[in-house]
Design a protein around this ligand. Structure first.
Ligand SMILES: [Zn+2]
Ligand SMILES: [Zn+2]
Length: 168
């Protein structure tokens, strides 16, 4: 997802990309997309800077944190960067995540790695297949969304131990 940056380019331009899960390489974080991802970036020339704004859509398939079933999590992100043309690059750790610097001879910049970072940064910490997912029975492992199990869970709850001792 490269943007051409050269003096005298058109003032404002929109670019669109679609990408497969394998092209953005989210590695171990998730398993797949359920359709292609999409990115729209608009480049605006402001003096010597380029203002890049837009959005990304990542159709994530994530494992539910309760029942472990794969579920769809469409993720939409707003993107915004400033690219500055400089004579000498500032060390990257001194720049904010929204700033880029390029040297006078740089003609294009690839945003794929930054888009990947933005998606990973915004992954839900505890994805759920639905807000009231019942999860798995801790005793028999049955997915309780599919059907209930016959385990008597209160019998295994250590908070009842004191009461059980009194009754013996
Ligand atoms: Zn679930
Ligand atoms: Zn059970």
């Amino acid at each position: 997802m490269k943007i051409e940056l050269f003096p005298g380019r058109r003032e404002i331009e929109e670019q669109y990309w679609s990408f497969e899960y394998s092209e953005i390489d989210l590695g171990a974080f998730l398993t797949d997309f359920y359709q292609k991802g999409r990115v729209r970036l608009s480049t605006q020339v402001v003096g010597k800077d380029y203002h890049i704004t837009g959005e990304a859509f990542a159709p994530l398939i994530l494992e539910c944190s309760r029942c472990l079933e794969p579920s769809r999590h469409p993720l939409r992100l707003a993107l915004s960067w400033v690219v500055r043309r400089v004579e000498m690059l500032t060390p990257e750790e001194e720049l904010s995540g929204e700033e880029f610097e390029i040297l006078p001879e740089t003609q294009e910049l690839d945003f794929t790695a930054r888009i990947r970072e933005a998606i990973i940064f915004n992954l839900p910490a505890k994805p759920l297949c639905r807000f009231d997912c019942k999860g798995l029975c801790p005793v028999c492992g049955q997915n309780l969304n599919v059907r209930p199990c016959s385990c008597r869970r209160e019998a295994d709850d250590p908070r009842w131990d004191g009461l059980r001792r009194l009754l013996q």
